[in-house]
Design a protein around this ligand. Structure first.
Ligand code: DQA
Length: 149
């Protein structure tokens, strides 16, 4: 089972960027952790990152067309991108799973982070556990897939 693990703007700066908020792990560390967790769960994960809204929208279209489930950290796009929301909606309405993830807990941060325009079209959300948010998201996805077969 293929899972696209998609990361939005500034997540390529992990490890350097506000380590007190996002931790010291880099995107490369995240990618190798995701690969290991996914294979334990019998999933084939592909981790990508972009700062470009049109690119991440295109990846969501690709998920729909290639029937891949999605773990999505929309980063700042979470809070205002209706284009991303509409693309995410295509994933879940086509019967695929999409788990919204965040390293930090946006609800405990600035007011503008309290809104997610993606949450309502996601299967579910995991936030606040650092890299472990991704492990929990993959486990939730694998669990849901198992219960449905
Ligand atoms: C984030 C939270 C967002 O508010 C922020 O813009 C990010 C990262 C997280 O993983 O905690 O870039 O999505």
């Amino acid at each position: 089972t293929r899972v696209l693990v998609l990361n939005g703007p500034n997540l390529g700066r992990l490890g350097v960027r506000e380590p007190e908020v996002y931790g010291s792990a880099t995107l490369a560390d995240l990618t190798s952790a995701v690969d290991a967790w996914a294979s334990e769960l019998g999933l084939a994960a592909e981790t990508r990152q972009t700062d470009d809204e049109s690119e991440i929208v295109g990846w969501l279209h690709e998920a729909v067309d290639s029937r891949a489930h999605v773990v999505l950290n929309p980063a700042a796009f979470t809070h205002y991108s209706y284009a991303l929301r509409d693309a995410a909606a295509q994933v879940t309405t086509s019967g695929l799973l999409l788990v919204e993830v965040h390293l930090s807990n946006p609800a405990a941060r600035e007011e503008f982070r309290h809104t997610s325009v993606v949450a309502a079209v996601s299967t579910g959300t995991v936030a606040g556990f650092g890299l472990d948010s991704y492990r929990l998201a993959l486990a939730a996805l694998a669990g849901r897939l198992q219960n449905n077969t």
